[in-house]
Design a binder for this molecule. Structure first.
Ligand code: PLP
Length: 284
């Protein structure tokens, strides 16, 4: 596939960075994954907003506007065949001449992007949807989970816990027993017909799928939506649980730590939510 590195398009296998790149040595960088289907991006504007906010928070100085990012995304879609593609965007603090923790002066950030194949856009059909099984565990990552950092070891270790137990994700809760998010997804639950998701703070990533889902539910349905704390206990007695991310959209969870969610089947509120998401995904 064709990638982008520091101003140049080239075959991915020819892309080279320095081992002194701070992305490599420290995980010192910010990234995004923007899904696209048939040459159309989902959530491009909010994805770039989030990346620019992340770069500002960690003081990586890259003055790219939305148009510059759009051009890279569009070129990568075209050069890679306009199929179902995840567009990965990555900015690290760049390659210093030494290994030293302090932010270096006068080092240009490394900008890397590539496209990878993703599954076709999810469809609102219970018989075709993948039912997710998840583990739960206490969140042992850092306290800046609102930053989409390339330093993902904490997330990777939590994902692996669920994977090793034969599950597809790991839902995380804090020391208070409050659900925050999953290792690579946000979390929603349905109780008595209401959709509930934890409020945004430093304990979770402000997911773009979360943002779009809340917006379409509020604009185009009568389903009540609340952003409020969810305890692990409530999650375990929910009627439906969903996990959301750019590549999965709204994924129904039917098993938590080996116990069925609700009656163990994919729910009707999921069907309504994925239906409205599907109708409006290219509006964002
Ligand atoms: N939470 C974490 C930790 C993630 O890594 C991701 C994205 O992969 C999400 C939530 C979902 O975010 P988005 O909907 O923007 O993909």
């Amino acid at each position: 596939s064709i990638a982008y590195l520091n101003g140049e398009y080239l075959p991915l296998e020819d892309a080279r960075i320095s081992p002194l790149d701070r992305g490599f040595l420290f995980g010192d960088g910010i990234y995004e994954v923007v899904p696209s289907y048939g040459g159309k991006l989902v959530g491009f504007g909010p994805h770039i907003d989030r990346m620019r906010e992340g770069l500002a928070l960690v003081e990586i100085d890259l003055p790219w506007d939305h148009d510059q990012w759009r051009q890279v995304c569009e070129q990568l879609m075209i050069k890679n065949g306009n199929g179902n593609l995840g567009i990965y965007l990555h900015v690290s603090r760049g390659a210093d001449t030494k290994r030293f923790h302090a932010y270096p002066e006068g080092v240009a950030p490394t900008v890397f992007a590539f496209a990878f194949d993703i599954a076709p856009a999810p469809v609102a059909d219970k018989s075709k949807a993948k039912a997710y099984k998840v583990s739960t565990t206490e969140d042992l990552r850092w306290r800046r989970c609102h930053i989409k950092s390339t330093a993902l070891l904490g997330n990777v270790m939590h994902y692996q816990q669920g994977h090793a137990a034969g599950n597809n994700e790991t839902i995380l809760y804090n020391s208070q027993g409050e659900v925050t998010e999953a290792s690579a997804c946000n979390v929603f639950m349905v109780k008595n017909g209401e959709v509930i998701t934890p409020p945004l703070d430093h304990q979770l990533l402000p997911g773009i799928t979360r943002l779009i889902l809340l917006d379409v539910l509020q604009k185009y349905t009568q389903i009540p939506v609340h952003e409020r704390t969810i305890t692990l206990e409530e999650l375990n007695s929910a009627d439906e649980v969903w996990i959301t991310s750019s590549s999965k959209e709204i994924a129904p969870v039917t098993s938590i730590d080996g116990k069925p969610v609700g009656n163990g089947d994919i729910g009707d509120v999921w069907l309504a939510a994925q239906t409205v998401f599907e109708k409006h995904r290219f509006d964002y």
